[in-house]
Design a protein around this ligand. Structure first.
Ligand SMILES: Cc1cc2nc3c(=O)[nH]c(=O)nc-3n(C[C@H](O)[C@H](O)[C@H](O)COP(=O)(O)OP(=O)(O)OC[C@H]3O[C@@H](n4cnc5c(N)ncnc54)[C@H](O)[C@@H]3O)c2cc1C
Length: 401
């Protein structure tokens, strides 16, 4: 079967997405894609036709992840081009990100357990040849080896590929899921603690307890337009992974009010557009790239670095004690008020928590977007709980739905 059989009358046009880490590039990609965010997306989104043909998905995740463009902007543009019914699928996919962010925020022990599990797996398996072969794309499973190269070279994979990849990693190669999640996080330019960790857990049967995702050769052949067909090479059963620990639901932290006084703006990869929430221009800006702590690839690091640098002007030098750099910058600007975008569970939040600025007489305000504050409380169990609230959330945000 080829693309013509799948979509009669549809000739896929070459469409390569240049992942330029600027807001302008994100907005340009949104503008180019949005007319296809309706039924076109709903029918064709599951096909991975290769990195030269990205027209059936938005490929907006790197810009959304850094909030160079926001979920609300994407939804706004979508709803101004399509009816809610036509764009339902795309809108729901955007809310999958919101769901994972909100869910991890309310189950933070999952992030801690992932890091502990990763450290243990690295101790046990770092030198194993199966693990090294998987990361080098030397497994002999042609599709998997191809996707490894694609990930390493471009920093992006199609959603369906990510699902097949994680499934093959866990159930065919029988490698610890934490090592796969870490491999993704180090290479994806949209690498995100919530979407990544929880998606890997979802594939392995840890998120929706007992429900796993099995990659099947025929499904891969169909949705890659016959480019791959790994018959006889993949696991045929996917027994759910088990864990001993329970992850309790915790209350969402309260959000800080936006300060009225002038401030130093502290920009991180969690929200490069936080300045738009301030009542006036900040006195100075400073940026932080926390990702370095994860040992990420040059391509993933460069995207985040450029995004934060372009919006902050100056990056903190994390190789020297950087708490002092914030204090000095605040003093130089003549303020003891520092504002940053709310950092959800992940390395940025971990690093901010360790700062202890009040001791130096500085107040750090973490500003959370209304979008998150409205949506996250509904992300406590399965996606359905949030999905049914989507119209309500959009109306609260001023959408005419
Ligand atoms: C194992 C695995 C790991 C993943 N790791 C990440 C990650 O680190 N960062 C990340 O942003 N996404 C991750 N995803 C989710 C999803 O694969 C990507 O968001 C999507 O492929 C990005 O491509 P796109 O922008 O063309 O998506 P589109 O299909 O165009 O969707 C639009 C937007 O909705 C959001 N979205 C779409 N699908 C999902 C989904 N299943 N889960 C969460 N958000 C979604 C993204 O922000 C995306 O940009 C992962 C999925 C899997 C299965």
């Amino acid at each position: 079967m080829n693309t013509q059989d799948m979509f009669p009358g549809f000739e896929p046009q070459p469409e390569v997405v240049a992942f330029t880490p600027t807001r302008q590039a994100g907005l340009a990609r949104l503008e180019k894609f949005v007319s296809r965010a309706g039924r076109h997306y709903a029918r064709r989104r599951n096909y991975d036709l290769g990195s030269m043909q990205r027209g059936n998905v938005s490929a907006l995740s790197p810009w959304i992840r850094h909030r160079l463009i926001t979920e609300q902007e994407v939804l706004n543009s979508t709803c101004s081009h399509h009816s809610m019914l036509a764009a339902e699928k795309f809108v729901q996919e955007v809310f999958w990100r919101t769901y994972f962010k909100g869910w991890l925020e309310q189950h933070p022990s999952v992030w801690v357990a992932y890091q502990d599990g990763l450290a243990r797996a690295l101790d046990a398996d770092a030198r194993s040849s199966d693990y090294q072969d998987a990361m080098a794309g030397r497994t002999g499973i042609a599709c998997f080896d191809h996707w490894v190269q694609e990930l390493v070279q471009s920093g992006y994979l199609h959603n369906h590929v990510r699902m097949w990849f994680a499934s093959i990693w866990i159930f065919t190669l029988r490698l610890p899921w934490q090592l796969g999640a870490d491999f993704f996080l180090r290479h994806l330019i949209d690498g995100d603690p919530a979407s990544n960790t929880l998606s890997w857990r979802w594939v392995g049967g840890l998120h929706t307890k007992g429900k796993t995702y099995l990659a099947r050769p025929d499904n891969i052949a169909k949705y890659t337009d016959g480019r791959f067909h790994p018959v006889g090479q993949l696991a045929t059963v996917a027994e759910p992974l088990m864990e001993q620990v329970a992850h309790p639901l915790v209350q969402l932290p309260a959000t800080d009010p936006t300060p009225k006084e002038e401030c130093l703006l502290f920009i991180t990869e969690e929200d490069c557009q936080v300045e738009t929430l301030l009542p006036h221009t900040p006195m100075a800006r400073l940026g932080l790239l926390a990702k370095q702590s994860l040992g990420v690839s040059a391509i993933a690091q460069n995207f985040s670095k450029s995004a934060v640098e372009a919006t902050s002007g100056t990056l903190i030098d994390v190789t020297t004690p950087w708490r002092d750099q914030i204090i000095e910058a605040a003093m130089a600007a003549g303020t003891n008020t520092v504002v940053t975008g709310y950092a959800p569970v992940g390395p940025v939040a971990d690093q901010l928590a360790a700062l202890n600025l009040p001791e130096a007489g500085i107040t750090l305000h973490h500003i959370r977007r209304d979008y998150d504050t409205l949506a996250w409380p509904h992300a406590t169990k399965g996606f359905f709980g949030l999905k049914k609230k989507i119209p309500h959330i959009l109306r609260e945000l001023g959408f005419a739905v």
